[in-house]
Write a protein that binds this ligand. Structure first.
Ligand SMILES: Cc1ncc(COP(=O)(O)O)c(C=O)c1O
Length: 379
């Protein structure tokens, strides 16, 4: 079996989660809106999951709206407050956001892009400048999927609140890796996704400030208190709920584990020449390393590692289809030539020290091989 080091793209489902979901595909297949007992069993399961997800971010269950994933929750967030704008709908989003924030922001509003520094952080000065343009909503992610760099959300959200501006954070990558508290973050809207924390794909949530009057994204049968219609995906919601509960209970142990593995890897990298590490001076998620070997294309290295049984990613999974330089690294001022060499290693709770030792040894071999091939090509 290949060694999986791409946990920011998706995580393997926890066996306990899979087991908890199975009955909801079989006996408990009821519609959560039905009043008979099968329906009530499904409803109860959805409400238990709502409590579990709320607990992960220290919010109240009524604040949780289940969605089909992080992408929908991000689209929803950006769309949900448009009706509150008195003039043109203006939004400001950081330059390093996931496309599921950047694209709706561009399509649905007059968009200000907030720059980041060379470590990938949004600074107070740039935040103030963005606010001077009087947006309705600001969106800055809690942690970046490519670099793992963490933003200082409490201070940025406090600046927005001072100006009466609403604040959304995409916490898809941060959840389950660092502690999150909705009120302490000071945000109005927060996005989560099931499959980044050992839960199923195709389920997520938007957590909403209880005072906020949001416009529904989907209308119809009035599920999720009229804010997101559609028959609930009960099995997936059950899985997401348990995954959230386990993530909260095991947070400290999981973080310490991946951090130890990352230190082992980064120590080994020190003996290798010409390795560039991104976002090193910033606070980062404990599991993420974004690195480049100048002169070796990220995609080429990824394929070489894959052939040797190690699965990593070049930048984000979506960008890697397109083989272009990551917008995140470009925003950090990294030259396109170096940015195209980026490879991301994202560790998970199932990884072991043996995985890291294998990675280091295969990486050394492959780099040597690719370098000798490229010198032959120039000979
Ligand atoms: C930061 C971030 N936001 C949003 C998403 C989208 O989440 P989903 O895959 O659940 O639609 C991802 C997934 O890659 C992500 O990394």
């Amino acid at each position: 079996m290949a060694i999986y080091l791409d946990n920011n793209a998706t995580t393997p489902m926890d066996e306990r989660v899979l087991e908890a979901m199975m009955p909801y595909f079989r006996d408990h297949f009821g519609n959560a809106s039905s009043v008979h007992s099968r329906g009530r069993v499904a409803r109860q399961a959805v409400e238990t999951a709502r409590e579990q997800v709320a607990r992960l971010v220290n919010a109240r269950p009524a604040q949780v709206i289940f969605t089909s994933g992080g992408t929908e929750a991000n689209n929803f967030a950006l769309r949900s407050v448009r009706h509150l704008a008195t003039g043109p709908y203006r939004v400001a989003v950081s330059a390093v956001e996931h496309p599921s924030v950047l694209e709706p922001a561009k399509q649905w509003g007059e968009t200000g892009i907030i720059p980041v520094d060379e470590q990938g952080r949004v600074g107070q000065r740039d935040m103030r400048l963005a606010l001077a343009n009087t947006p309705q909503l600001v969106s800055v992610m809690t942690a970046n999927n490519e670099t793992g760099v963490l933003q200082d959300i409490p201070s940025l959200a406090a600046l927005a609140r001072e100006q009466g501006v609403l604040f959304h954070t995409d916490a898809v990558q941060a959840a389950g890796k660092v502690a999150l508290d909705f009120d302490r973050l000071g945000v109005h809207l927060l996005t989560l996704s099931g499959h980044k924390l050992y839960g199923p794909k195709g389920v997520g949530a938007l957590i909403v400030d209880s005072q906020l009057d949001i416009e529904p994204l989907l209308v119809g049968g009035g599920q999720e208190r009229g804010r997101r219609s559609g028959t609930e995906n009960v099995a997936a919601i059950v899985g997401f709920g348990l995954a959230a509960e386990l993530a909260a209970d095991e947070l400290a142990a999981r973080s310490a584990h991946v951090q130890r593995l990352r230190e082992r890897f980064e120590n080994a990298l020190q003996s290798m020449t010409d390795v560039v590490l991104f976002g090193q001076q910033a606070g980062r998620l404990p599991n993420t390393v974004l690195m480049a070997i100048p002169g070796i294309d990220g995609e080429t290295l990824l394929m070489a590692l894959d052939r040797a049984g190690i699965e990593v990613s070049s930048g984000s999974a979506c960008d890697s289809q397109k083989s272009r330089a990551s917008h995140v690294l470009l925003a950090m001022g990294v030259e396109a030539e170096i940015a195209r060499c980026a490879v991301r290693i994202s560790l998970g709770k199932e990884n072991t020290t043996d995985d890291i030792d294998q990675l280091v040894s295969v990486l050394k071999q492959q780099i040597q091989m690719l370098r000798s091939l490229s010198s032959l090509a120039w000979a």
